[in-house]
Design a protein around this ligand. Sequence first.
Ligand code: ADP
Ligand code: MG
Length: 269
Amino acid sequence: MTATAFQFDDVTFAYRTQRALEGVSLTIRSGERVALLGANGSGKSTLLRMMDALCFPASGTATAFAAPLTEAAFQDDATNYAFRRRVGLVFQNPDVQLFNPTVSDELAFGPLQLGWEKPKVRDAVDTVSARFGIAHLKDRPPHRLSGGEKKRVALASVLITEPDVLLLDEPTAALDPASRANLVGFLAREPGAGRTVVTATHDLDIVEDIADRAIVLAEGRVVADGPVLAVLHDVDLLRRTHLVFEHRHSHGGPPAGSHGHMHSSRQEG
Ligand SMILES: Nc1ncnc2c1ncn2[C@@H]1O[C@H](COP(=O)(O)OP(=O)(O)O)[C@@H](O)[C@H]1O
Ligand SMILES: [Mg+2]
């Protein structure tokens, strides 16, 4: 039997009066690659933040690796530390994540926090820079990089410590097509076998490459959960949850003169 990474039972969460999660129940097993799909405001980021123990259920229960995700449990430094070693979140906006003076410092930050010895940190920085094609950027300030470069540095800075679980929030948002293709290549290859990867996105074109299972959220509720292809082929579901929209092109041809096309509602940066 595969171990359970996350178990949510009837979880509710609100920001003051704004409801964000409603009766969410789901299980994510270790090693699964899951896409969290849903329109803007459907609760994807909130769910990822809860999986990263940045917020906690107001009601219902959530566990990570069979241990409770509660505010009380995370008051304990040892619990917090052990959890941070195992779970890494890449934020949607890399400017929130990157704060060190150089890319090298950025990559070394996590390992140093975990108390790795200096030579081991240097080796890890070299290895991860080569893997992510960012070795030439090592002395650059992260805030001066392009959007695609920032995303790669943010991803590398999380993966350098080899967390069991990688959480990605809208990894392709605001990237131009070339940077997006490049990043999706990394996401398809780099997390590595055995790692649990949960990706929030409404970029339907990338889902098949980066996930095997898709969970669809609408207004804070889980409305579908199944194999990626089954979800992607459920046009009614995608339409209802505003993941695709339909518009009509007039091609001027006989006899109908127009037909519907489906378009994914990719966010423009
Ligand atoms: N910091 C916040 N304060 C108040 N409401 C928030 C905050 N963050 C998100 N929300 C609200 O919570 C709901 C879920 O948001 P979010 O999890 O960010 O959705 P998504 O990532 O799918 O766009 C939305 O109604 C959103 O407006
Ligand atoms: Mg979001």
